[in-house]
Ligand binder design. Sequence first.
Ligand code: ADP
Ligand code: MG
Length: 343
Amino acid sequence: MIRNKCERIFTFIFVILLLIFIIFLCFRKKTVTIQNTTEALDTVITVKLSSDSLSENELNEVSLKLFEEINRLSLIFSATDENSELFKLNNSKHGTPYPVSDELFDLFEISLKYAYLTDGAFDITLGKLINIWDITGDEKQVPSDDAILPLKKLENYKDISLDFKLKTVTYNDDFDVNLGAIAKGYIGDKVKALAKSLGVSFGTINMGGNILAIGEKEGGKNWNIAITNPKEPSSYFATVSVKDKCVVTSGNYERYFIKDGKRYHHILDPFTGYPSENGIVSVTIIGDNSATCDALSTGCYVLGLEKSLELINKIDGYDCILINENGDYFTSGGISKYNLDIK
Ligand code: ADP
Ligand code: MG
């Protein structure tokens, strides 16, 4: 009799627990994932976003907001758009303090930090040199030595002064600024922060050679990020495995033209005035901040193997993979944590 009663109570509790479990499964928010693509910053940008709290429509709206933000910021940093803030600054009277937006000031500050850190290998004051090379233009001409000579070894980053109180920038010499080597990285950081604030739980932002992982993959897994094979850009050289990090690559296969059998690419050595030629053909930097990764990937490309490894090994939280023209690769000391897998 007592046994029977106990059995009934247990069955009752079991049924109740089962019901609670079923209700929990039915009402549990499912993870929603979307993928959208746009063209901006001279590249294809793809965002893959997942959320535990937003609907598919809401996530699609978020991706549109991210694309709007990319367009808003590129209109500040563009060196070619006549309406951009940078274009106006470049065309303002040099030698006079010029008031700029917080974002432009911020990017100047970061850029100068990395110009000094790389001894001018990364230098935002190459505007005129970049223009005469016009790597992606229709002409595809190697500029004459006479045109290059006055534009090399100028180290004009030393001729920029920033007023932190008044938020002004002063060009103390005759040069133009081009932020092409860092703007995409800076914009990536802003867009990632915006995505998180709008309810994105995890995902990836792919901006050409710049990839930003938001959080970790579903189930606490790492993201596998491919590093392009510089010899065959449609295939990949290696993968790295990351959580919430940026992986930024500068390579000689991104933008270039071939003239008389020689490749002229878009990363210029400020000291020769020519595309950087030191045997390195690809530099990948991994770290938390994509503006930093972007500046360092361009700077290290120009610095070459030894100086780059020495520099990156000194910077806490940042690692690198350099590939030379023979397909040999070289890494900073901390790379093992990213499970580098060479194909
Ligand atoms: P990508 O634009 O392919 O991501 P990078 O981040 O390396 O590649 O930036 C290269 C761009 O930066 C060039 O197209 C040019 O506008 C500019 N640039 C070229 N050489 C330098 C340099 N030594 N320092 C700073 N900017 C550079
Ligand atoms: Mg760069």
